[in-house]
Ligand binder design. Sequence first.
Ligand code: DC
Length: 226
Amino acid sequence: MGLPTTIAIDGPAGSGKSTLGALLAEAMDYLYFDTGVMYRAVTLAALNEDLAMDDEDAVGDLSQRIRIDVQPPSMDDGRDYDVLLDGKDVTWDIRSEVVNKYVSPVSTYGAVRQAMTEQQRRIAHENKVVMVGRDIGTVVMPDAELKIFLDASIEVRAQRRYQESLDRGGKTDFDSVLKSLKNRDQIDSSRKIAPLRPAEDAVVIISNCLGIQQVLKIALKLVKDV
Ligand code: DC
């Protein structure tokens, strides 16, 4: 078989899947698409409109009305892409603490998932893509030729997220990062629709003791072996 045209990378927060996805896409000259940004953009839009975050119908309706674009980076400030919400640059706003807090509950809503899944499938059909998320191998692109599930222990993932926050000048402490990750893991893995779990035919990589370059090397080998 030739090179896979769709590569799905799933895993929990802090597993390193976004970094791997970006590097793999660059190495292969494929589009890198981090689907988490879409759920984050819906969450931000709902916060901006002052919707009650537990109002599933209102947030679901909103998700059908907004336009989310992900495009090549317009600035050299550490971003891998621009995220536009109805034309406005929200690349960093979607990473705020308040979005972190509500994004997992919002991503359990059926109407939100349906709207996001449709857009993700369209993008995958139009491009050679490395698509990163929670349900890409199981639901969005079950026919992807290569599926990777990247995982690491909760402590390792929390340490990575804590370090990233420090590097960006953040003031959160390790225990809050750990608590927030545990909370999101719990919601993402136990939701009824498209829960976080490896597809049956996914290759599971545990990155506790692996640096990102080692993970990339494994992924590139898997690409060639498809
Ligand atoms: O990868 P991330 O941390 O940016 O994802 C934010 C949230 O979006 C995550 O808690 C669960 C949700 N998500 C999802 O449900 N399905 C995806 N394909 C990607 C993200």
